[in-house]
Design a protein. Structure first.
Length: 423
């Protein structure tokens, strides 16, 4: 048995896979303490895990991010990314560092598994006074932004005949790093104030290279190939979607019997307040197709501004491990977890997302022929319908998805992360 601290920002998409990891490791006999925001106390304790809250700037409510008036003034892209990274991940660092040091002072014989965007272990790793865990494993639940001569965050740069692909990628990566300089400057300032004496690598690289080892929750064939990636970065597969033994199928569940295609549409667990972005256009656009639509809202179902067509069902929460085996297509705003769960289940995806890491997820889907990138976060009903008809008919796309589903099945993320932690 090992004593393991699991730490993640209080952001649903960043914490959820770490919480599943904690459940799995606890089931194997390890003693787990989860460090995250106070609003997730019940989720952690209901999983039978120890809970330690962060404080002050580190303890925020991710449900309120969409209501931030300053953030709402920013266009999707570098300005919004810098704002999000600074406020959600860099500014909480001192409070994260403090709680980690307190836990290690109480018992230095502990391992750390942290979401890579939880930066509380950075100061000691970069020379600041303080204790370090026995071993530190970073886990990334977002697409790799790791600089490479082979690709960028959004894939290899398109080049013309005779142009140098690697040079184009290097230039694009340098440009991206320059656009993210405000985050880098703020991170350096915070680390210096805590006594760090070593320079932090470029933020998007450092979150993966500063930990002893980093486990990326993805597989070759979905992530872009990086022949120059450090050996400390491993692609370990995905963690299974949580099953809810208390869930009971709705009355209409029996109609998902394979007699016609089932199209699932979701806006995920966070960006699901304004359903006019994707769910409502999908309901309207697919109303005339011979499909059954299931809108999984990821929250309590409330009133919609469009009528629910006869071929559609709307639900608040449906476990994906129950729903995806019945699906023919997933329409999503591009959360990495749900997108990969669909592909692992043999379901092609249509992605409509422009914020956070969603364009990077969409780029991977399009690059590998696993679905369609709509290049917008607010598609028209007609665009959703056309993309759905294309995906349903595209046998090559289905072959690509089925081939990659076998790759996912060959990976055991829980076992690999356990070995990386204890080795």
């Amino acid at each position: 048995m090992a004593k393991i601290i699991i730490a993640a920002p209080p952001v649903t998409g960043e914490l959820s896979p770490l919480l599943e990891l904690g459940r799995g490791l606890s089931g194997r006999g390890h003693q787990i303490t989860v460090v995250t925001g106070s609003r997730f106390r019940a989720d952690v304790e209901n999983a039978g895990l120890g809970f330690v809250p962060v404080t002050s700037a580190a303890d925020f409510d991710d449900r309120l991010i969409g209501e931030d008036k300053e953030r709402a003034k920013l266009a999707p892209g570098p300005d919004m990314l810098n704002y999000d990274w600074i406020h959600s991940f860099v500014n909480p660092l001192p409070d994260q560092h403090a709680v980690l040091q307190r836990l290690l002072e109480q018992d230095p014989d502990q391992y750390l598994i942290s979401n890579v965007l939880w930066l509380g272990a950075f100061p000691a790793a970069l020379g600041a006074p303080g204790l370090r865990p026995r071993r530190w494993v970073g886990v990334t639940a977002v697409p790799l932004a790791l600089s490479s001569d082979d690709t960028t965050f959004f894939g290899p740069v398109p080049v013309g005949p005779g142009e140098d692909q690697k040079a184009a990628n290097r230039a694009a990566n340098a440009q991206f790093a320059m656009a993210m300089q405000p985050t880098q400057d703020r991170l350096a300032e915070v680390l210096r104030a805590l006594g760090a004496i070593e320079d932090c690598p470029v933020f998007v690289d450092g979150v993966c290279t500063v930990p002893d080892v980093t486990a990326a929750l993805t597989v070759p064939g979905f992530e872009f190939e990086r022949g120059d990636a450090p050996g400390s970065v491993r692609l370990v597969g995905i963690l299974p979607a949580r099953s809810d033994p208390g869930w009971r199928p709705p009355d209409w569940w029996g109609g998902l019997d394979g007699s016609r295609p089932v199209v699932v549409v979701t806006q995920g667990t966070l960006a699901n307040r304004d359903l006019s972005h994707l769910v409502e256009p999908a309901l309207a656009g697919l109303a005339g197709l011979d499909v059954t639509v299931v809108a999984a809202l990821g929250r309590d179902a409330g009133p919609l501004s469009v009528p629910v067509p006869p071929n559609a069902h709307v639900a608040g929460f449906i476990p994906f491990d129950k729903l995806l085996p019945k699906a023919s297509v997933l329409i999503t705003n591009g959360g990495l977890g749900g997108t990969q769960q669909a592909i692992a289940a043999g379901v092609p995806v249509i992605v409509a997302g422009l914020t956070e890491d969603k364009p990077a997820v969409a780029a991977r889907v399009a690059h590998h022929g696993l679905g369609i990138d709509l290049h917008t976060g607010t598609p028209s009903p007609e665009a959703v319908a056309a993309a759905t008809e294309t995906v349903l008919k595209d046998t090559g796309m289905h072959a690509n998805v089925n081939r990659l589903a076998r790759v996912y099945a060959a990976h055991d993320a829980l076992s690999q992360i356990e070995r990386l932690t204890l080795s």
